[in-house]
Write a protein that binds this ligand. Structure first.
Ligand code: MG
Length: 336
């Protein structure tokens, strides 16, 4: 196993409710076996609490040489998981590399091994960060190749932003409030207004801890509500039933592809819809997430499109739709 830090450069300074940045660090991981290499990645958004230092510290502790069959992913990830609590992005990097390696050993893409239909991938949204209405409108125009835009709201300029976007495009919109609304009645009024503007879902409208308010809002909302900050790992999914309409699953939140598959299965069993999201990350982690996309109703896999120095060739969005290739494993090829 090898790993190294890598700095992703953002096309635009990216602002969501509570945070702004121009560079985003990741750690790239390689796990080798008999001449084949599986690639993985840990992305490190500040709000998840993992740092470059914590990921490197975690990975340095790992001794994968104690295992002699990389296909025994369950056993290996059990060992990885028990090394320390938390560290989900670090764990995801190993999980992704192992799934990539397993796919290469079996000469099949992960979605095929899981029996998923590559025709059933959803369209992916493209995220526009919080900015002045004029800049948001310009970025919306630049996102011409995307069929759905995801708009960050929650800073008191929501209507101005939506109105500015509507001067340049009539595309369907997802909105992500990142916990920015605090009053459920105002939130409901806003959702009714947003629905009239062609918005199709509302992600994390209220704080993650506002469970009763969210249950009320979801019950009354004319648009589906999606939990993001409120749902991180497998054990959180059952708490979302009756509180949100769906959950946003991200590999870096939950610890990787294996946990994400479990979350999707539990969610569907609880009548929760599945959204698949990502962080600012290369085509490595984005391609890994895309392997699960036939299970998702909504996809927001644009992390690789937000950077200028991707180091993988992987999943492509064609006419707005996520496309899965026949490449083995996660379907990403390193450019280094
Ligand atoms: Mg979100």
């Amino acid at each position: 196993m090898r790993f190294r830090p890598y700095d992703l450069h953002l096309r635009h300074v990216f602002t969501i409710s509570g945070d702004s940045r121009a560079v985003s660090p990741v750690v790239l991981v390689e796990v080798g076996f008999e001449g084949l290499v599986g690639y993985g990645e840990a992305a490190l958004p500040p709000y998840l609490g993992e740092s470059l230092q914590s990921v490197l510290r975690f990975l340095k502790q790992l001794d994968l040489s104690r295992f002699h069959n990389p296909l025994l992913i369950h056993d290996i990830l059990e060992y990885v998981d028990r090394l320390a609590p938390g560290n989900f992005a670090a764990k995801a990097s190993i999980d992704i590399a192992l799934h990539d390696l397993a796919g290469k050993l079996m000469q099949q893409p992960c979605h095929r091994i899981w029996g998923l239909n590559p025709e059933r991938t959803p369209h992916s949204s493209f995220t526009i960060g919080i900015d002045s209405p004029a800049v948001v409108a310009r970025k919306s125009r630049e996102a011409a190749s995307s069929s759905i835009l995801k708009v960050k709201l929650g800073r008191g300029t929501d209507k101005e932003i939506i109105n500015a976007i509507r001067t340049v495009t009539a595309k369907p919109l997802y909105v992500d409030v990142n916990q920015g609304w605090t009053d459920k009645h105002e939130a409901l009024d806003m959702i009714h207004w947003l629905k009239d503007q062609g918005v199709v879902l509302v992600e994390q409208p209220m704080p993650a801890g506002a469970v009763e308010e969210m249950a009320w809002l979801t019950q009354h909302s004319p648009l589906p509500t999606v939990a993001d900050e409120a749902v991180q790992v497998v054990a959180d999914v059952k708490k979302m039933a009756g509180v949100y309409s769906g959950i946003n699953i991200k590999l870096m939140k939950c610890g990787g592809m294996r946990a994400a598959l479990k979350m999707a299965a539990i969610a569907r069993g609880l009548d929760l819809e599945v959204m698949l999201g990502c962080m600012v990350e290369t085509s490595c982690a984005v391609s890994a997430a895309a392997q699960l996309s036939p299970l998702a109703k909504w996809c927001d896999l644009d992390g690789n499109l937000l950077i200028t120095n991707d180091v993988f060739d992987g999943m492509k969005i064609v006419d707005g739709k996520v496309t899965l290739s026949e490449r083995p494993g996660i379907g990403a090829v390193p450019l280094f």
